[in-house]
Design a protein around this ligand. Structure first.
Ligand code: ADP
Ligand code: MG
Length: 373
């Protein structure tokens, strides 16, 4: 084969073109989309008492893209190392995570852009094919707001949580458990994955009490228990549970005797589910580059103690509060691979963060914030 290549310049040229085309057109966009958008930070220390060094593994997916660039000047020889490197990074990550569970909070832009939605669904299917057990907890705030507007029901936010009257919860359940949930399921299945859509009501997955405190948020649920054996059973069947964050009351309505429906913040649900499952990692896909400081500079790594200080001093506000709070809870409950606040606006954010670090086990290290003990 080698002799043939050197014997025929036409074949060399053809193979080179094919290899470049395959690598750049297929492999790079599939696994290195991040490299195009993210700075290649390498070592970042934190002020955390337990200093966490977030670094890119020597062989990360971003280097595949660099290799792809090298192809144009170096010729055929470079193609093979770049593909081998990609395979090595992916198989390294898969060997760490095969049979383990990753919980993903899916929300923000990644959910509203059709292109990013499709890539997300593809990533879930890819992770499943790598033998990683995936649980998705999804949001749907914009879709709920849209339906509330169409039906003329008012709602507002307090501390990043939607104030939920009985009417608002009814709409939230219809939207989240209906169209949003089923679209994600069918998207994943269309990419060859296997997914099943459920809400926190199915098999009493999320049992809730009314969230206390001031101001009164209405039917916003505090998760009291998670039916982990139900989730594990679905995962054992090879299915990715896609969970709409609607909970059922621990107690029935005292007047009607009927079960009470609660609206649960998706970050809250994802963090609790990850913690109860003792998942390997939890990822929160959002619409910002990660947790930022007062100057909107990314904070790449945080220890759990630092998070509370950032909430107390007003650096973390709004929707970021439940995200980081339940990220911290998950980590404290035993999600030892860390909680990742990841920029979901970037194509293939999920795949990149889960497998992009190869055997380093700390995510791609190319952006976002990781919270560890
Ligand atoms: P999601 O759909 O991911 O739940 P949210 O809007 O609920 O999105 O939460 C993310 C938002 O939190 C960001 O878009 C940003 O406006 C806000 N936010 C508040 N404080 C911070 C911070 N310190 N760093 C980053 N984002 C923050
Ligand atoms: Mg939110």
């Amino acid at each position: 084969m080698k002799n043939m290549i050197f014997a025929s310049p036409a074949i060399v040229k053809k193979m080179f073109c094919v290899a470049v085309a395959v690598t750049v057109a297929y492999v790079a966009p599939h696994v290195t989309g991040f490299a195009l958008h993210r700075p290649t930070s390498t070592i970042i220390a934190t002020n955390s008492p337990v200093t966490f060094i977030r670094r890119r593994h020597e062989a990360s997916l971003s280097s595949l893209f660099l290799s792809a660039e090298k192809i144009s000047s170096d010729g055929v020889a470079s193609v093979i190392p770049s593909l081998a490197e990609a395979a090595s990074v992916i198989s390294g990550a898969a060997s760490l995570l095969r049979g383990k569970t990753v919980v993903v909070k899916y929300g923000g832009n990644a959910m509203t852009s059709p292109e990013l939605f499709d890539l997300f669904c593809e990533d879930v299917a890819t992770l499943q094919n790598l033998g990683i057990r995936v649980v998705v907890v999804h949001g749907g705030g914009p879709q709920i707001s849209n339906m509330l507007e169409r039906t003329g029901i008012e709602s507002k936010f307090e501390g990043g949580l939607r104030v939920s009257s009985a009417d608002v919860v009814e709409i939230a359940e219809m939207v989240l458990g209906g169209s949003v949930n089923k679209n994600i399921v069918s998207g994943i299945c269309s990419h060859g994955g296997r997914a099943i859509g459920i809400s926190g009501k199915d098999d009493s997955l999320l049992r809730c009490t009314k969230r206390g405190g001031e101001p009164d948020l209405g039917f916003v649920g505090e998760v009291e228990s998670v039916n982990t054996s139900f989730i594990e059973g679905l995962l054992d069947m090879g299915l990715a549970p896609i969970i709409a964050p609607i909970g059922v009351g621990v107690d029935s309505d005292p007047i009607t005797g009927l079960p009470v429906t609660f609206n649960v913040n998706a970050d809250t649900a994802a963090g609790r589910i990850a913690g109860e499952l003792r998942a390997a990692r939890v990822l929160f896909l959002t619409d910002i580059k990660g947790v930022c400081d007062g100057e909107m500079e990314l904070l790449p790594a945080l220890g759990v103690e630092e998070v509370q200080a950032l909430i107390d001093d007003g650096t973390i506000t709004g929707g970021m509060i439940p995200k980081v709070s339940y990220a911290v809870d998950a980590v404290k409950m035993g999600v030892d691979g860390g909680a990742f606040i990841t920029d979901g606006r970037v194509p293939h954010a999920l795949l990149n963060e889960i497998v992009g670090g190869g055997t380093s086990g700390f995510g791609s290290g190319m952006g976002g914030t990781v919270i560890t003990l």
